[in-house]
Each structure stands twice: as structure tokens, then as C-alpha cells.
Design a protein around this ligand. Structure first.
Ligand code: WT7
Length: 699
């Protein structure tokens, strides 16, 4: 663990995060400013509220429309905002076809397999065009899919993933990609919720030096979906190596088909891109919320694509000649918006790396950057912490130069930010800390890279046209510089905002708007602030510092996991009577889940029970949900009405003050658990991170 001297005492990284102070600014360099896409200081005036919503036509104009829109923003059915109504366009056409005339031989995607001895594969726009067309023909004619149908993808980080997404988009099919690291069961639940009768997967993929069997998850997903009443007719299986089958799981006759083989029948076929309504759904992306069931965030075509194209150009500063590498997984929203749709819409070269950034050693990422001459680099604090731990001096050994870097997904500790800036960025690259969410489609807060100074640990102001505000619990605005945290909200709609929660529009209103909408009858957007679910502070300078979730969501390595989802997984273990999951500060992953279970009467606490709990979490959710610890406790701290007090457990796990426990039904158990977790000697209690202080307070 890295430490730093504060006064006479050595403190660890997580303490630094807790004791954040105001940081000093960093200036973007003159070289960057000279070439930046957005260097007009009047941009904020152009995007002033009095020019809303028309200001966003600037983003929509980056696209090619089959029919121009009549209405920029339709607010007739709040909060289901409709952008660029009357317009028609196709996302696949915008990401591929329109670049052919000038750039057909340019690499659209450069695929870097994890095994370093395997050749990288550059896929030109022409090649992408052919492959997407053939796949679109297969989806339409072999799989029988048509516009509006949903199809679930469970694909790893391979070019076949964007190819499949863009093939869906070409014919108006709504793709729902489930992160490849999610378990078969988790995938099946999403198959059922989206009503997919076709699933697309891959036989295997490389991760940490191993060729994993991935096809096995499809069988589990189909079975899980069936239990939920959704029949999957076809499972389309891409082969990781086209000349062989990389899985030991049997293909089910009549149901499973190798895409690579079926594609032979569609060789050279072209499918005209379907002109879709701007408001037609483009994809679903599932994310975790407060209650158990994951929400399918539905993103539309015109608004979403405009927003990711605009932010890719102006905030990511992507120029046509740049080599852009976002290390996120396409299975998350970051990858959809800022590996696939945004960069390809603006005609960039987007790098896709299959595996672990530190495999086979700490220099791997930098070798890739050096070899491909990557100049825009996009990643998360968790990955930065990992790279720093694996090789703090590694970047200097390689001849790459970044002009621009992004950090996204979790708050970044200023100390980690500075390593990113000085060592990875070699004091040359500008950094944007972009705050946003699955629901928001694209960035909400960030500095404008050439125009605004960076401040380590702060995302910055709202993007042009985005008006964030911090409300207290009562809905009173908290002014800049108040020094207190509140709930960050966005005052106005923007083109990237999700359209609805798939199949559950009421939940959309309840989750994001009910808290601060003063008049549910109002047709004025200004009465509908968007509640993001994050705690944040607004500094004097107008920069937002996002502290973390205020709901029961744990942000593990930049990915959201619902407490309730993990708890229900624990409850599938026969011996377990009750389960409570809390976030604990983790040196690499930011936060990790920690599990408390109590056992059914008469069951003895044996050492195999924690292992069973871990196994249950891995099968229902995936390895990403693996807890730091599973603790078997005699009883849960409870209120008199029988509710488990998660905030007390969170305080114990993080060595924080447990607060007032006098009203509990069983206050004695708190000290018992504390001793069990921390040992006899009482830890010095300290002020904890805001999200952990908030955790469970709503109960
Ligand atoms: C949650 C959204 C944004 C795409 C990847 C994650 C946290 C996100 C930041 C940031 C501090 C951040 C928030 C947010 N978050 N970016 N720059 N600084 N926190 O998408 O899975 O929907 O998670 O990630 O808590 O609500 P997601």
C-alpha cells in the first residue's frame, strides 16, 4: 500500500481520500490548446440556458440525417423527453458508411488480443462496412430479427462485439449487451427482462493468460431465462478463433449456431441502413439500483448519438488522425459511448484491447500505447491504481505520448491523479475527470480540456448545456462554497439522457425525478430536475466534487452493484438465514462489498459456509461481486421493527463511529460484531468517506 507523510504520521491512501482538501490547479499545455477542437471561450455563452434546447443542434449537426428534425425537444410527456423529433437517421450509417468516401482504408478499430504473441488486427472502415453488412443480413434473414426486437449480447472485448452492435443498429434491432464478466445467470435475468429470443455470445476469450470457456454461460443464461418465462430460440456463437472451437461446452442442436459458419451464406451481402426515427430505441444497458431487479436503461437513436458524437469531439478532443484508446469494457456504458458510438461517429481509430492491462506484466499497456502511437487514453481510477501498484516507474520506459487522458467511473484520489498526470501523462497530457452514469448516455461534468484548469479529485463544472445543482434533502439549493455535501441533480434535460426504464416507466419517474419534482403535472422541463443518486460538493470555483452513491449501490472498480442483488445471492445458500452487504474501502477497487450473514437456527458456523457464499455470489452475479470478507455473525443489528441496520455494519467494516445505537432492538450485538471484526482493542474512530457515512441511512 502506498503511503504519504502528513505531519509526523504516515497515512494510507484511503485516509488521504477521506481528508481531501482544496487542491491546486493544473493548466492545459500550449501544445494541446493549439490543436484543440474546442477552444472558443464563447462556448458557454452559446450553450447558455437561454439558448436551451436549441444549443444542442450543434451536436446533432455533427451527424448525417436522412430527414432533419422538426422539434428539437418535445417535453409534452415529462420526464420522457424526446429529442430531435421528426428526424430520421441510422447509427450504423453514421458510424461507418459516411466515412467510406474519404477514409475507407483507415483503421476504424484496432484489436489487440491479450496474448502478446498474437498479431493485432486493424479493421478498416471498408472492412467494418462489409462485416457489419454481412452480420446484419444474418440477423435479419437467419435469425428473423426486425426493427424493435431486442437481442441480448454476452460478448467479451473482441471486434465481433462492435460488429454485432452496429449490425443490430443497421436494421433497427435493439441490442442489450451484458458485460462478458457477468455470470450466465445474471445474463439470463437480463435476457428475460428484455424479452430477447436470440442471444449472441462467443465460445471463449483470453483473460489473464487463460482462454476462458464462455459458451458455458450461454447455456446457463438460456436456462435462467426459461425459468423466468422467456424462451430463447437461437444462440449465435462467434468463434474466438475462426478455425476451431474454443469451448468444451456442447452446441445444442437446433438452437446453437456458429456465426462464422452461417456467415458464409451471407458473404458480400449488403443491407441498406434503415432510416430510424430519432426517438427509436438504439440499445438497452442494464444497471443496478436500490431494489433487487436491474434496470434496463433505454437509450434512443438521435439524441444519444448526437450527444456522444459531440462530447467525443469536444471533451475527448478526438480528431480524425488521432489514435484513441479507451480501456473500459464495451459491456459497460463507457464502452458503448466512448469506444464504439462516439469515436466511430466522428471517424476515429478506436483501440480495443481484449484483456487485463497488467498482463503479462506492468508494461503491457504502455507497450500497446507505444506501438500503436495512442495519443488519447481513457481509463478508470481502479485501473490507474492497479497500474501504479504494478509498475510505478514503467511508463517512463516507453516512447508514447498522450495529448489527452480521461479518468471515469469513481472518485479519484488527488494523489493517484497526480501520478496519472506526471508519470502516465509525462506532464504533457491534459486530463478530464468525467462524471456521468449509465442513465445519462454521456459526460455530465468535466472541465473543457483546452479552456478550463484541472483540479485533482474534482470532475469540474457541468458540460456546455448541462446545468448541475446540489440540493439538500428538502430540495433547497446548496450554494457554491458551502463546504457541505448534498445531492447532485441536473436542472435540465440533455440529448443523451435515457428514454425510459425498459418495461417500467413508473420506476423511471420514481427513481430519478419524484424526489425533487415539485409538480408532477407540470409540462415544463424546469420542474423536473434529474436526481443522479450521488453525493457531491460544489466548490467556490464552480467545480463539482462527486463523493459517491447515496443509495444502496456499491461502486466496485467503477461498476455499480446493488446491495440487494448481492444479498439475494447470499440467501440462496441453504445455511444462511439473513444477509447484509456493506461497502468497504478498498485500496485498488475503490469500494468492495463485505458480507455479513447470520445462520439458520441450529446451524453451526463451519469454514465452508463463507466459501459457499462467495460461490453463490459468483454464480448469480459474477466475479466482479466477490466480497472482501464473509463474516458469520450471531445476529444482525436490528431496529425494533426488525430492519437490519446496514449503516452500523458499514461503520464497523470501515472502522468508523457506529453512531447512536441506543434505539436498536439488540444493541449488545454491535460490540460483539465489532470485536469479531476489529479485535478487542477499539480502533480510533475517524470520519469516513461520505458515501459510506450515507450508506444505509435511508433505511
Ligand atoms: C456512478 C455511475 C460513468 C460511466 C461509468 C460508470 C460514479 C462515475 C465518476 C467520476 C466520481 C464517478 C458515480 C455515478 N462515477 N464517474 N468522474 N467521479 N464518481 O457508470 O456504472 O452507471 O456508474 O459512478 O457514483 O453515479 P455507472
Amino acid at each position: 500500500m502506498s503511503t504519504q507523510q502528513i505531519g509526523t504520521r504516515e497515512v494510507s491512501e484511503d485516509e488521504i481520500a477521506v481528508h481531501w482538501k482544496e487542491e491546486s490547479y493544473f493548466e492545459p499545455g500550449p501544445e494541446f490548446i493549439k490543436q484543440a477542437n474546442l477552444s472558443d471561450p464563447n462556448v458557454r455563452k452559446r450553450f447558455a440556458l437561454e439558448n436551451f434546447p436549441e444549443c444542442f443542434t450543434e451536436y446533432a449537426d455533427l451527424l448525417t440525417w436522412d430527414r432533419r428534425w422538426d422539434t428539437t425537444l418535445d417535453t409534452s410527456d415529462p420526464p420522457f423527453w424526446k429529442w430531435f423529433v421528426g428526424g430520421k437517421l441510422n447509427a450504423s450509417f453514421n458510424c461507418i458508411d459516411r466515412h467510406l468516401a474519404a477514409n475507407k482504408n483507415k483503421a476504424a478499430v484496432i484489436f489487440v488480443p491479450e496474448p502478446e504473441a498474437m498479431a493485432t488486427e486493424a479493421i478498416t472502415y471498408q472492412d467494418l462496412y462489409v462485416r457489419v453488412n454481412e452480420m446484419a443480413a444474418l440477423l435479419r434473414d437467419f435469425a428473423g430479427l426486425k426493427a424493435g426486437d431486442r437481442v441480448t449480447l454476452h460478448l467479451p472485448m473482441v471486434p465481433e462485439l462492435p460488429i454485432t452492435m452496429l449490425a443490430c443498429a443497421r436494421i433497427g434491432v435493439v441490442h442489450s449487451e451484458v458485460f462478458g464478466g457477468f455470470s450466465g445467470e445474471a445474463c439470463g435475468v437480463r435476457v428475460a427482462d428484455s424479452g430477447s429470443r436470440v442471444m449472441i455470445t462467443m465460445d471463449g476469450y483470453y483473460r489473464n493468460g487463460k482462454l476462458l470457456d464462455h459458451k458455458v454461460n450461454a447455456d446457463i443464461a438460456v436456462e435462467t431465462a426459461a425459468k423466468e418465462g422467456q424462451h430463447v430460440e437461437k444462440v449465435l456463437v462467434w468463434k474466438r478463433h475462426p478455425d476451431r472451437y474454443s469451448s468444451t461446452t456442447a452446441m445444442v442442436a437446433g438452437r446453437d449456431h456458429f456465426v462464422n459458419e452461417v456467415l458464409d451464406d451471407y458473404r458480400g451481402q449488403k443491407v441498406a441502413p434503415l432510416a430510424m426515427d430519432s426517438t427509436a430505441p438504439l440499445f438497452l444497458m442494464y444497471t443496478s439500483g436500490t431494489t433487487g431487479r436491474p434496470k434496463g436503461c433505454q437509450h434512443g437513436t438521435g439524441g444519444y448519438l448526437s450527444y456522444v458524437a459531440g462530447t467525443s469531439k469536444y471533451i475527448q478532443d478526438i480528431h480524425p488522425e488521432d489514435v484513441y484508446w479507451c480501456m473500459a469494457d464495451i459491456g459497460w456504458i463507457t464502452g458503448h459511448s466512448y469506444i464504439v458510438y462516439g469515436p466511430l461517429a466522428v471517424g476515429a481509430t478506436s483501440v480495443i484491447y481484449e484483456g487485463v492491462p497488467t498482463y503479462p506484466d506492468a508494461g503491457r499497456a504502455w507497450r500497446i500505447a507505444e506501438r500503436l502511437d495512442v495519443n488519447i487514453f481513457h481509463t478508470s481510477p481502479t485501473t490507474i491504481r492497479m497500474l501504479r501498484r504494478a509498475g510505478p516507474l514503467e511508463p517512463a520506459k516507453y516512447q508514447y505520448h498522450f495529448k489527452h487522458m480521461t479518468t471515469v467511473g469513481e472518485p479519484i484520489e488527488p494523489e493517484v491523479w497526480r501520478w496519472f498526470y506526471h508519470v502516465v501523462g509525462k506532464d504533457e497530457a491534459v486530463i478530464v475527470d468525467t462524471w456521468w452514469q449509465t442513465e445519462t448516455g454521456g459526460f455530465l461534468c468535466s472541465t473543457i480540456p483546452a479552456l478550463e484548469r484541472m483540479k485533482p479529485g474534482s470532475a469540474g463544472p457541468g458540460l456546455p448545456g448541462i446545468y448541475p445543482v446540489i440540493f439538500d434533502e428538502q430540495g433547497k439549493e446548496m450554494p457554491a462554497g458551502s463546504g457541505r455535501a448534498g445531492n447532485i441533480c441536473i436542472r435540465n434535460p440533455w440529448p443523451g439522457i435515457m428514454q425510459t426504464i425498459w418495461g417500467d416507466p413508473a420506476r423511471m419517474v420514481k427513481t430519478y425525478y419524484a424526489k425533487y419534482c415539485k409538480n408532477l403535472e407540470s409540462k415544463s422541463w424546469s420542474d423536473w430536475p434529474y436526481f443522479a443518486g450521488d453525493g457531491a460538493m460544489l466548490a467556490e470555483d464552480g467545480y463539482f466534487r462527486v463523493l459517491g452513491r447515496v443509495d444502496d449501490v456499491i461502486n466496485v472498480a467503477g461498476h455499480r452493484l446493488g446491495t440487494k442483488e448481492i444479498e439475494s445471492a447470499c440467501l440462496t445458500v441453504e445455511e444462511v438465514a439473513e444477509a447484509a452487504v456493506v461497502p468497504v474501502v478498498d485500496e485498488i477497487r475503490g469500494r468492495a462489498p463485505e458480507v455479513y450473514v447470520s445462520l439458520k437456527p441450529g446451524i453451526e458456523a463451519t469454514p465452508d459456509i463463507p466459501a459457499k457464499v462467495v460461490h453463490a455470489i459468483e454464480t448469480t452475479i459474477g466475479k466482479i461481486g466477490r466480497p472482501r470478507d464473509v463474516r458469520i455473525v450471531p445476529d444482525m443489528p436490528k431496529t425494533r421493527s426488525g430492519k437490519i441496520m446496514r449503516r452500523v455494519l458499514a461503520a464497523i467494516s470501515n472502522s468508523m463511529d457506529v453512531g447512536d445505537i441506543t434505539t436498536l432492538a439488540n444493541p449488545d450485538v454491535v460490540e460483539q460484531i465489532r470485536v469479531q471484526v476489529q479485535g478487542q482493542e477499539k480502533f480510533v474512530t475517524r470520519d469516513g468517506p461520505e458515501d459510506i457515512k450515507q450508506f444505509g441511512q435511508q433505511e
